[in-house]
Design a binder for this molecule. Structure first.
Ligand SMILES: C[S@@+](CC[C@H](N)C(=O)[O-])C[C@H]1O[C@@H](n2cnc3c(N)ncnc32)[C@H](O)[C@@H]1O
Length: 218
């Protein structure tokens, strides 16, 4: 694959990943989102992809089998250390989101946070197709949606960026990301096809709106 996010999550990024992001407003909201979703929700098989450093792994308390997959072995090494609950039902492995080794309709849920912005637009439809193939139930998808901000929003974002993100962005600012509009997201959703069951706005983050979409097969 030919994009930055595919190969640049090396040991140096993995080592600083959590610490560089944990003060972000949306990092906290995303953690809360997954924690609350799985607090009382029983399901059999969840795929967290990309699992990254495994920040959600301990939140899947009522899930029978938890699969955490990522293309980066360094991120997976961190994820291994993140599991503090019973490890017997957590399966971590290196997988490419575009070519998963799992059977059709294998997962009850897929959790996909902070991946889509790393994927060049021309490759995104293939990613959706692969998720659709292995999915039985819901895709819980975090996205950064670009839109034109008002002047007030721009000023607010600059201030938040200055106090929160700026000192820490060095660790990942060299990893290229691509904007995503709501129109483009809707096109991707319709292309597989899937339907939108819920759309949750979390907050704004440096030039984008952070949303979690809950999608399911049409
Ligand atoms: C910004 S991190 C997000 C990690 C985690 N979901 C989170 O929210 O903290 C992006 C992750 O995507 C992984 N990644 C990028 N392309 C991938 C692919 N094709 N298949 C699997 N993982 C991929 C990277 O290795 C990295 O760990």
């Amino acid at each position: 694959m030919n994009y930055d996010g595919y190969e640049k999550y090396d040991n140096q990024v993995a080592e600083t990943y959590d610490i560089a992001r944990k003060e972000e407003e949306h990092w906290k909201f995303e953690n809360e989102y997954i924690k609350n979703r799985y607090k009382n929700f029983k399901t059999d098989r969840v795929l967290d992809l990309p699992v990254g450093t495994g920040r959600f792994l301990n939140y899947y308390v009522n899930v029978k089998e938890i699969f955490g997959c990522d293309i980066s072995k360094d991120m997976l090494n961190k994820a291994k250390l993140a599991v503090t609950n019973s490890k017997e039902n957590v399966f971590l492995s290196k997988e490419d989101a575009f070519n998963l080794s799992y059977a059709d309709n294998y997962f009850d849920e897929i959790i996909c946070f902070r991946l889509l912005h790393l994927i060049p637009p021309e490759l995104r439809e293939n990613l959706f197709k692969e998720f659709h193939r292995v999915l039985k139930g819901n895709l819980v998808l975090q996205v950064y949606l670009s839109r034109d901000y008002t002047l007030l929003e721009k000023v607010k974002n600059k201030i938040i960026c200055f106090f929160n993100a700026m000192p820490n962005t060095k660790a990942w600012s060299h990893i290229k990301s691509y904007p995503l509009s709501l129109e483009e997201l809707n096109r991707l959703i319709n292309s597989v096809p899937m339907k939108v069951n819920k759309k949750n706005f979390l907050c704004q983050y440096t030039g984008a709106d952070v949303y979690v979409f809950e999608l399911s097969k049409d």
